[in-house]
Design a protein around this ligand. Structure first.
Ligand code: 9L3
Ligand code: MG
Length: 140
């Protein structure tokens, strides 16, 4: 039986992208003041809105957050991780993307950084993003 406050609807699905440039560096952005987890470095992305597929949501988020244009075919599902937010569960779905149009410019984040996978260990990241570092090191 479902426990109040612990139903599947309480699972928030968030999509994010590991943008990888030609030198094998990854893009992370710093969450701005006023948002939860302010100051932490995350893979860009966000919540899926009603009616969106995960890929549509990620393409929209990358346009809104970085002003880049990504084709659906350039998003490769890579790995996932989870976190607990109060009485909610967060499921983070990470896609790898090596091709986009435009140059990423922070639209909401307080800063962007291109880093080598090994450098991610030295950044303060949201709990859901941390387990993805090792997987990305193997992948890049
Ligand atoms: N979150 C964690 N890692 C990420 C992203 C994009 C998001 N790479 C978490 C932070 C918030 C929640 O997901 O708790 C929703 O994100 P947002 O809509 O506040 O960006
Ligand atoms: Mg976001």
């Amino acid at each position: 039986m479902a426990t109040p406050g612990k139903s599947p609807e309480n699972c928030l699905i968030v999509v994010a992208a590991a943008l990888i440039d030609r030198d094998g560096r990854l893009l992370v952005q710093q969450r701005p003041e006023g948002l939860s987890m302010a100051g932490l470095w995350e893979f860009p992305g966000g919540k899926i809105e009603p009616g969106e597929t995960p890929e549509q949501a990620l393409i929209r988020e990358l346009g809104e957050e970085l002003a880049i244009d990504v084709d659906h075919a350039c998003l490769a599902p890579a790995c996932f991780a989870s976190d607990t937010l109060g009485d909610r569960h967060l499921l983070l779905l990470l896609y790898v993307c090596r091709k986009w149009r435009g140059t990423p410019v922070a639209q909401h984040a307080s800063a962007l950084r291109w880093v080598r996978p090994v450098e991610l260990h030295g950044l303060a990241m949201p709990p859901a993003d941390k387990p993805l570092i090792g997987l990305l090191e193997a992948l890049v």
